[in-house]
Design a protein around this ligand. Structure first.
Ligand code: 1PX
Length: 215
């Protein structure tokens, strides 16, 4: 935690990335979406190595999407909307069970999309919490309302154990490197509507195309 780069690290910059996600006509840019996740993973890594099994999976998914984005069909992966259209039109998504395309952009992004709901719920709890609230409780409540419903028992168990070692609210706010707790609360108030909007747009798109249960 001593390098200059890590000292400059602020959660505000990370959450700002999500504001860049939305195009004028409300499409979601994959490039910024993935960048946002990279920053969140960096933040999580700074909390300790217990979270590495979580960040490993997140990084894996980030890299899958980055590879599509930077690959020869990259233009189709400019936005979530264009990705969905391209992969569906070309039969590049396993709809019933994992088979020929176990790592499609659509199913990979869906995992991050579900995690974004966890983030939204967790940040909203942090924003409205009082000083003596426990981050581990806020985190597991947010998790149980979102991601947990898609996770096997063993993953839920491991996640629960990781939440227990989350630092308390004061340390947590400090690591965010945003300033006083009032400043953290106001920053969260600015960031949350944008995160919600990105989430809602993606959710609607996936629902329209019946992609919310992709294996
Ligand atoms: C101020 C708050 C900032 C906190 C930033 C934290 C960033 C968290 C990044 C979490 C990304 C999790 C992605 C999980 C994707 C997923 O659901 N993968 C599962 C399914 O994938 P598959 O390919 O098999 O269909 C996979 O099984 C997951 C394995 C890893 C365990 C995931 C536990 C998720 C807990 C999320 C809460 C993170 C708590 C961090 C505390 C700060």
């Amino acid at each position: 935690a001593n390098s200059v780069e890590e000292q400059k690290f602020s959660l505000k910059e990370v959450l700002d990335t999500f504001s860049l996600c939305l195009s004028e006509n409300k499409e979601v840019y994959i490039e910024h979406y993935v960048e946002g996740w990279r920053g969140l993973v960096r933040f999580m890594n700074s909390l300790g190595s217990v979270f590495s099994f979580i960040s490993k999976d997140a990084v894996n998914k980030i890299e899958i999407l980055a590879k599509f984005f930077n690959g020869e069909n990259g233009t189709h992966y400019s936005t979530i909307q264009s990705m969905v259209k391209y992969e569906l039109d070309n039969g590049l998504v396993d709809l019933a069970k994992r088979d020929k395309y176990p790592e499609s952009g659509c199913r990979t992004l869906l995992r991050l999309h579900r995690a974004l709901r966890w983030l939204e719920l967790f940040l909203e709890r942090l924003r409205t919490s009082s000083e003596d609230c426990k981050t581990s409780v806020m985190c597991s409540e947010a998790y149980n309302e979102s991601l947990a419903q898609h996770h096997a028992w063993i993953i839920r168990k491991a996640a629960g154990m990781a939440f227990c070692v989350l630092p308390g609210r004061p340390t947590f706010f400090e690591v965010m490197n945003v300033g006083t707790s009032e400043q953290v609360v106001s920053m969260l108030g600015d960031a949350l509507p944008l995160i919600s909007e990105v989430y809602d747009i993606t959710e609607k798109l996936y629902a329209q195309h019946e992609l919310l249960q992709l294996p």
